[in-house]
Design a protein around this ligand. Structure first.
Ligand SMILES: O=C[C@H](O)COP(=O)(O)O
Length: 248
């Protein structure tokens, strides 16, 4: 069976002491024979600290964004080359909070994915519909449009992506998509990937949106749900570890 992948997205949370405590707790509680991939997407300012804290552990280092530009006069941006220097393995691109609060377009997200790939960093491409879009019956059209922009841009590298389906209405709200709702969208995404690459099965499709210790097992049991992108529940070692246990 394909290994599941569980990635914590810390969002704008943490601090030097809190990060050290959280990662110590996770490291201590990880099963000796870990059967799934584990990563944490941390605020860029903590990269050096977290790189050291996850050293010699199975925890992969991730970030929450990457610049689409290579270098130069882009105040506040962090390039893929800089991330590469810190051993970053995963970069979230197109998280709905970036799309919503920072005006990121599908084209921006596609360029960011390409910039990450060019430096050997795996983009975790986030897609998802708002509540209004779901209620208008546009879920499929929205996620397909968002993913198509990336597929078209990265060409033959499609099989190197990770894709995360995160319904915006489920993020941080405690309202999780039902396993059936999530599976339905994941199947759509899988079919879209299959039209672009013969290796669609190896692209991990993560679900994100109020995934927690109580609902993780059911979500992860769906045939096209290959893991989770976890926000709130990744900030407590015990909760994150329970999700990891469900992915074993
Ligand atoms: O990237 C993570 C998602 O936005 C989910 O966040 P959440 O688990 O707090 O709902």
């Amino acid at each position: 069976m394909k290994k599941k992948l569980i990635v914590g997205n810390w969002k704008m949370n943490g601090g030097l002491q809190a990060n050290a405590e959280l990662l110590a707790g996770i490291r201590q509680g990880l099963p000796a024979a870990l059967q799934c991939g584990v990563g944490v997407a941390v605020p860029a300012v903590y990269l050096a600290q977290v790189q050291a804290l996850v050293q010699d552990s199975p925890i992969a280092l991730g970030v929450q964004d990457v610049s689409q530009h290579e270098k130069g006069a882009y105040t506040g941006e962090v390039s893929a080359a800089m991330l590469q220097e810190f051993g970053v393995r995963y970069a979230l691109v197109g998280h709905s909070e970036r799309r919503q609060y920072h005006g990121e377009t599908d084209a921006d997200v596609a360029h960011k994915a390409q910039a990450a790939l060019a430096k050997g960093i795996t983009p975790v491409v986030c897609v998802g519909e708002t509540l209004a879009e779901r209620e208008a019956g546009q879920t499929e059209a929205v996620v397909k449009r968002q993913l198509a922009a990336v597929i078209q841009h990265v060409g033959h590298c499609v099989s190197e992506l990770v894709v995360a389906y995160e319904p915006v209405w489920a993020i941080g709200t405690g309202k999780t998509a039902s396993p059936e709702q999530a599976q339905q969208v994941h199947a759509v995404l899988r079919a879209q990937l299959a039209a672009a690459t013969q290796q669609a099965d190896r692209v991990p499709l993560l679900y994100g949106g109020s995934m927690n210790a109580a609902n993780a097992a059911q979500l992860l049991a769906q045939p096209d749900i290959d893991g989770g992108l976890i926000g709130g529940a990744s900030l407590k070692a015990a909760d994150f570890l329970q999700i990891i246990a469900a992915a074993q």
